[in-house]
Design a binder for this molecule. Structure first.
Ligand code: ZN
Length: 469
C-alpha cells in the first residue's frame, strides 16, 4: 500500500479509537523533562514502534544549556492541623509543582500559601506548574479546596529526588528512497495532560506505525523529546544530520474540538508551509494559518536562527488560548477520538503532498497531445464544460514544463493536490509526462523543452552549485 492509498482508505473511527486508547494508557504517568515517567512512557511506545531510547547524562553541555539533574517523585501530601490528608499526590500528579525539591516539615497556613498555586477563575481545576531551572517546591490545587483550609499548622511532605541521572528521549528513523528527511516531533514532558502532550505523542506513534509499512520517498525521523531541553539536546547531538532535513512538523494539541491551525516555519515560504496551508485551506474554512513567532513549542529550537530548519507546527487549539490549557481540565474528556482522527487525516494529507510533490515535463508540449486516442478524453464533444478530471489533466499537462511542481500546479489551478497528483499518475502511465529529475533533464532538453526553460534550468543549476559551494 502507498501513502496515497492509506490516505484514501483511512478508517477514521478505528484510528481515533486506537489513538485515544494510547492516551488513556499514558494519562496516569507522571512525566517531567527527566525521570522515570518519560522512560515508562517511551517503553510503552516501544511496544508499538521500534524506538531507540537515548539517555543524556546530567551535566552534559548541550548548545547553551546543561542537562539538569534527574527528577523523580514517589509521593506527596499535605495534612491539616487535625492530621487529615487534605492533598494527596496519589489523586493527581498535577498537585505537585514539577521538579519540586524534597521537603518534609510543618508550616503555618500563611507560610504554606507562598508555595501554593490555584485558579480563582476556575475553582475546581488544578493548574499545572513547573520549576525546572530554579530550585523550589510547591503545590497546585483547586481554589475551592484552598478556601476551606483553616489557619493552623500543616504538615507538608514531598518525597522527591533531584540527583545526577539523565535526560531520556526517543527517536525512530524510517529510511526512505532518498536521504531527504521529514522531521516529526512532539514533547513528552507533561504529566496527566491530554491535549498538550499526549495527543501529539499518540498521533505520531500511530503515524510511525502506519508509515513503517509503506514505501516512502523521504526518510523520516520521529522525535519524542522533553520540551525545550530535549530538542536542544537532540539538535546538539545531531548537527551533522541537520542538512538532510527537508521538512518538519511539531505536532501538539491535536485532540480537542477546536479547528486546525498551522504555524509557519521561520522561513515562511518553505515547502512544508505551502503544503500545510494548501491542505488546510481545502479542508475547511475554519482552519487558520499563523505566521511564525519565536514562542511556542520545540519549533523555537528547530527554527532558531543558527539552524533555521523548515519546521512548522500542526495543532488544533493553540496553546495558551483555551482555558483548559495547563490545567487538570485538559483531561480524558477534553480530547475525543473523532478530533484525533481528523488531525491525523490532515497530517497524512500534508505528508502526502510532500511525498508526491514532484515536477514533471510534458513530453508533447507543442500543441495539446491528443488525449482521446489514448482513452483519456470523453468520446462525445460539444459539451459546455470539461469534466473535472479532464480539466485537472489539462492543467497538469499545461504546467508540467519542468518549472512547476505539482503543488504549484494545484495552487495555480485551484485543484486539490491529490486530484492533480492522481491525474499526473495517469499521464505518467500513458507516457505523456516524464518526471523532471537530474537524470531526465539532458535527454529531454535535447529536443522538446522550450528554449527559455533550458536557459532557466541552467541558471538554476548554476545557482544551486554556487549555493552548494
Ligand atoms: Zn505545555
Amino acid at each position: 500500500m502507498s501513502l496515497a492509498e492509506i490516505r484514501e482508505n483511512f478508517d477514521a473511527a478505528a484510528a481515533g479509537t486506537r489513538m485515544y486508547e494510547l492516551i488513556e494508557q499514558l494519562y496516569p504517568i507522571c512525566r517531567s523533562i527527566t525521570g522515570d515517567g518519560v522512560r515508562r512512557t517511551l517503553e510503552i511506545l516501544r511496544r508499538k514502534i521500534p524506538l531507540t531510547i537515548y539517555e543524556v547524562p546530567s551535566g552534559t553541555q548541550v548548545l547553551d544549556w546543561t542537562i539538569p539533574r534527574e527528577w523523580n517523585i514517589r509521593g506527596a501530601y499535605i495534612k491539616d492541623p487535625q492530621g487529615k490528608k487534605v492533598l494527596d499526590f496519589a489523586r493527581s500528579n498535577l498537585y505537585v509543582v514539577g521538579y519540586s525539591t524534597p521537603i518534609h516539615g510543618k508550616f503555618t497556613l500563611e507560610e504554606l500559601k507562598t508555595h501554593l498555586q490555584s485558579l480563582p477563575e476556575h475553582p475546581d481545576w488544578i493548574p499545572y506548574r513547573t520549576s525546572y531551572y530554579v530550585e523550589n517546591w510547591g503545590f497546585c490545587l483547586p481554589h475551592r479546596e484552598l478556601l476551606g483550609w483553616k489557619p493552623g499548622e500543616y504538615e507538608v511532605c514531598i518525597d522527591s529526588s533531584l540527583e545526577p541521572g539523565a535526560l531520556t528521549y526517543g527517536e525512530l528513523c524510517l529510511p526512505g528512497e532518498t536521504g531527504e528527511t521529514i522531521l516529526l516531533s512532539c514533547h513528552v514532558c507533561h504529566p496527566s495532560l491530554c491535549n498538550d502532550n499526549l495527543s501529539g505523542i499518540s498521533l505520531l506513534t500511530h503515524l510511525a506505525e502506519h508509515l513503517a509499512s509503506v514505501p516512502l520517498r523521504h526518510s523520516y525521523v520521529f522525535l519524542f523529546v522533553p520540551g525545550t531541553i530535549g530538542s536542544i539536546a537532540w539538535l546538539s547531538r545531531n548537527r551533522s544530520r541537520l542538512s538532510s532535513i527537508a521538512h518538519g512538523l511539531v505536532v501538539t494539541n491535536v485532540g480537542d474540538a477546536g479547528s486546525c491551525h498551522y504555524k509557519k516555519s521561520r522561513r515562511g515560504e518553505a515547502e512544508i508551509d505551502r503544503a500545510a496551508a494548501h491542505v488546510l485551506r481545502h479542508a475547511d474554512p475554519d482552519c487558520r494559518i499563523l505566521d511564525f513567532s519565536p514562542y511556542g513549542y520545540d519549533e523555537r529550537q528547530f527554527c532558531s536562527p543558527g539552524f533555521d530548519l523548515p519546521v512548522g507546527v500542526f495543532s488544533r487549539s493553540v496553546h495558551g488560548t483555551f482555558p483548559e490549557y495547563h490545567t487538570s481540565a485538559d483531561d480524558l474528556d477534553f480530547v475525543r477520538p473523532e478530533y484525533l482522527a481528523d488531525s491525523y487525516s490532515k497530517c497524512l494529507a500534508i505528508l502526502h503532498v510532500l511525498e508526491e510533490n514532484r515536477t514533471y515535463i510534458n513530453r508533447f508540449p507543442f500543441g495539446e497531445p491528443q488525449l482521446g486516442k489514448r482513452g483519456l478524453y470523453r468520446k462525445m464533444g460539444g459539451q459546455n464544460q470539461p469534466l473535472a478530471d479532464e480539466l485537472a489533466m489539462l492543467w497538469v499537462l499545461n504546467l508540467s514544463d519542468g518549472r512547476h511542481s505539482l503543488l504549484d500546479i494545484a495552487e495555480r489551478s485551484g485543484l486539490e493536490f491529490h486530484v492533480a497528483a492522481s491525474q499526473a499518475k495517469r499521464l505518467l502511465e500513458r507516457g505523456l509526462l516524464l518526471e523532471h529529475t537530474r537524470a531526465s533533464r539532458p535527454k529531454h532538453n535535447a529536443g522538446m523543452a522550450p528554449i527559455h526553460s533550458q536557459k532557466q534550468s541552467r541558471a538554476r543549476s548554476r545557482k544551486r552549485s554556487l549555493k552548494g559551494a
